[in-house]
Ligand binder design. Structure first.
Ligand code: NAP
Length: 281
């Protein structure tokens, strides 16, 4: 299985599981839990959640899903910028731990940059780590200039979680290489374009037609994921609400795109020719 290695030496599979909008519907709840369990059984480890998702409902569902397998999970959550003061981070972390029903987070991210000085948020992260409540910290939606500021303040930022998909390639201009140069893993969110138009693009269907996986003929979603994960130091965290989608996403790890495939995709989704501001959802 393709992996990425964090600058603290921890190695995790390059495919993780997102959980935005998970836990919002009583009807879907059992299937969503089964989906996360299926992923863990298939060898995935990273589960991404946030205090923001469903006002804690996502964290609650994740906590329920992993209760008896906590040690097998690399658990990521995020603090809102409105809670990013020193005391705010510490309180938010404890609330997240309560909802997740766990004693620690493997990774705690600042969801996006707000008005709190970065030094203050980092100090809270460091103290949470010293106290054993988190095992690492990072950021989300940070562009190169923000990452440069972080590097001046600390050499311990493990992850930058950003929007990256065929539809949003702006980060290829400089951010992905910058993260690689510092050893900060890029976690690509919304790699499936949130299940929208991206998956209907004929270029993805064309390339899917050339690939097979052990689960059967490839499909556009698998091509979109294989494309994101083709890059060193980049992992993808698609959200799958069913075991069927989850297993299909796992099978994307078997796909190696050819030079010809990449050319077709570059034609359909041109790479950036200049710096563009970091897009976020
Ligand atoms: P996404 O993963 O790009 O897309 C999720 C959609 O794709 C869902 O509608 C899902 O449908 C569908 N899907 C999943 N697997 C599929 C498959 N094999 N075939 C066809 N459709 C499939 O979008 P996302 O949820 O926005 O992003 C992923 C995760 O990134 C989030 O859940 C969250 O954890 C994180 N995120 C972070 C930020 C941030 O600011 N840091 C922002 C956005 C997202 P089903 O549910 O029916 O499976």
């Amino acid at each position: 299985m393709k992996t990425v290695t964090l600058r603290n030496g921890t190695t995790v599979p390059a495919l993780g599981m997102g959980t935005w909008n998970v836990g919002d519907s009583a009807d879907r709840r059992a299937l969503e839990i089964e989906s996360l369990r299926t992923g863990l059984e298939a060898g995935l480890r990273v589960i991404d959640t946030a205090e923001m998702y469903g006002n804690g409902r996502s964290e609650k569902l994740v906590g329920e899903a992993i209760a008896d397998v906590r040690d097998d999970v690399y658990l990521v959550s995020k603090v809102l910028p409105s809670n990013a003061s020193y005391d705010g981070v510490r309180r938010a972390c404890r609330r997240s731990l309560d909802r997740l029903d766990t004693d620690w987070l493997d990774m705690y991210l600042l969801h996006w940059r707000g008005g709190t000085p970065l030094e203050e948020t980092i100090r809270a992260f460091e103290d949470l780590q010293t106290d054993g409540l988190i095992r690492g910290w990072g950021v989300s939606n940070f562009d190169v200039d923000d990452m440069e500021e972080i590097e001046v303040l600390s050499g311990a930022c493990q992850v930058n979680q950003v929007l990256y998909s065929l539809e949003h390639r702006g980060t290829e201009f400089d951010l992905l290489d910058h993260d690689l140069s510092t050893g900060t893993v890029t976690m690509a969110y919304s790699p499936l374009g949130q299940g929208g138009d991206l998956l209907q693009h004929p270029a993805l269907a064309e390339i899917a037609g050339r690939h097979e996986t052990s689960a059967g003929p490839a499909d556009p979603a698998q091509i979109a994921l294989a494309w994101v994960m083709r890059r060193e130091n980049v992992m993808a965290i698609p959200k799958a609400g069913s075991p069927k989608h989850l297993l299909s996403n796992v099978a994307s790890l078997e796909i190696s795109l050819t030079e010809e495939d990449l050319k077709v995709l570059d034609h359909a989704f041109p790479p950036p020719q200049r710096k563009v501001s970091l897009a976020m959802i």
